[in-house]
Ligand binder design. Structure first.
Ligand code: UGA
Length: 429
């Protein structure tokens, strides 16, 4: 099948590459000449394990074609996926201007029968508007159906999530479009949820909101455990074995971040408000998350009552491991708060430093964790990269000025760290 993706961010580039790898001819349309020229050479604009190989392989096989032009790609495609960004506006609502802009362009170039499927996360009712735009602008001979096919991949494991999804959600307005989308997804195993467009749009927000709720619940229980003397990690382990609850997304720590959960929570709150529903639960989810992030710097002030002039090491900057994505990363407010108190910050991250340099100023970027820990008064783990899990803590103790750790992701054995002589503070224990 020949298909098109508009947008080459995490969702667009990963999904396009996977469909190309499955034997389809896939066009990817972008709007930045430099990025498209790089992609044609297999140089990708993001860090995602395994993605570069799959892009290169399919570029070589001429199944993955990058372009700035709409005409050839759209007119030759049976399905056109919209995978552009929907960032938060000031009031939390999703900014749909890119989605509507590309819809007009699709309309101008569509011929024959085309399914326009939205992968971008969009509020309920958006596909109806896309349909109106396309109907108004398209050639009368062209026939277009819209569909909602939300994406559930996680950064850092995006390719395996796309190839082995828990479910594939397809929301359509006609049997004809449903059949075509089913045909495309045939080689991918996963529970199929076939539904209408509005339901598919809502499933995406409901999923991210529920994941955020689980994390905030874990952070609230972790905090309560700390103040009551319970072991929060054991409590969460104890509830996670219950199949009705499930163990995943119950890790307390420095809060959730990234380009999806924070943005989608704000957008769902905005949708609720517009529809006259006070989604108080979700407001609390957001509040608990902000508290969890703030608590890391509060703990730093407890360990080192006067932060002024102290050297603090932060390990891990990206919003989670295996990505260089700094969007809404908890490390940003944590570092800002420590700097406000007059601390000198040394940081290390395996891949996010280039992106971090654009956002975080006046700090010392180090080339490895040991350099970052040298002469430091406090080590804070913000992102649980694998390479931090087996650092030589003996060596770190020797090179630090003051052996103290705030383990914002609970990667170390608290008992062992204390035996080594560290003042160790985790989350929930
Ligand atoms: C999230 C969803 O998990 C995907 O299903 C969805 O497709 C994606 O958003 C999206 O909407 O595009 P992602 O943002 O890549 O994926 O990352 P997650 O793995 O969900 O992690 C989000 C944040 O939650 C990270 O900061 C992570 O550190 C934090 N987290 C996660 C916790 O603090 N505790 C946990 O137990 C799990």
């Amino acid at each position: 099948m020949t298909i098109t993706f508009i947008g080459h961010g995490y969702v667009g580039l990963v999904t396009a590459s996977v469909f190309a790898d499955l034997g389809n001819t896939v066009w990817v349309i972008g709007h930045t000449k430099e990025k498209i020229e790089n992609l044609k050479k297999g140089i990708i604009p993001i860090y995602e394990p395994g993605l570069e190989e799959i892009v290169k392989r399919n570029v070589r096989a001429k199944r993955l074609l990058f372009t700035l032009e709409y005409d050839k790609a759209i007119s030759s495609s049976s399905i056109v996926f919209i995978a552009v960004g929907t960032p938060s506006r000031e009031n939390g609502e999703a900014d749909l201007s890119s989605v509507f802009e590309v819809s007009e362009k699709i309309a101008q170039h569509s011929t024959g029968y085309t399914v326009v499927a939205t992968k971008s996360t969009v509020p309920v009712g958006t596909n109806k508007k896309i349909k109106e735009i396309i109907e108004e602008k398209k050639n009368p001979k062209a026939e277009v159906d819209v569909a909602s096919v939300p994406e559930f991949l996680r950064e850092g494991q995006a390719i395996s999530d796309t190839l082995n999804p828990d479910r594939i959600v397809i929301g359509t307005e006609s049997k004809k479009s449903e059949k075509l989308l089913l045909e495309l997804h045939k080689p991918i195993d996963g529970n199929m949820v076939l539904t209408n467009i509005e339901t598919a749009e809502m499933i995406k927000y409901a999923a991210n909101a529920f994941l955020a709720t689980k994390i905030s619940f874990a952070n609230a229980i972790a905090h309560l455990s700390e103040v009551t003397g319970a072991d929060g990690l054991k409590v969460l382990e104890g509830i996670g074995y219950d199949k009705r609850i499930g163990a995943s997304f119950l890790s307390p720590g420095a809060g959730y971040g990234g380009s999806c959960l924070p943005k989608d929570i704000k957008a769902l709150l905005n949708i609720s408000q517009k529809n006259g529903y006070d989604f108080g639960l979700l407001r609390q989810v957001h509040k608990v998350n902000e508290e969890a992030i703030k608590r890391i710097s509060k703990k730093a002030k407890k360990v080192l009552p006067d932060l002024f002039g102290k050297t603090i090491t932060v390990l891990g900057l990206s919003f989670k491991p295996n990505t260089d994505d700094m969007r809404d990363a908890p490390s940003i407010p944590i570092i800002a708060s420590l700097k406000r108190e007059g601390a000198k910050i040394k940081i290390y991250d395996p891949v996010a430093i280039t992106n971090a340099k654009k956002i975080i100023k006046d700090i010392v970027f180090c080339k490895d964790p040991y350099e970052a820990c040298k002469d430091s008064d406090l080590l804070i783990i913000v992102t649980e990269w694998n390479e931090f899990k087996q650092l030589d803590l003996n060596k770190i103790k020797k090179i630090m000025r003051n052996p103290a750790i705030i383990d914002g992701r609970n990667i170390y054995d608290a008992q062992k760290a204390k035996e080594l002589g560290f003042n160790y503070v985790g989350v929930g224990r």
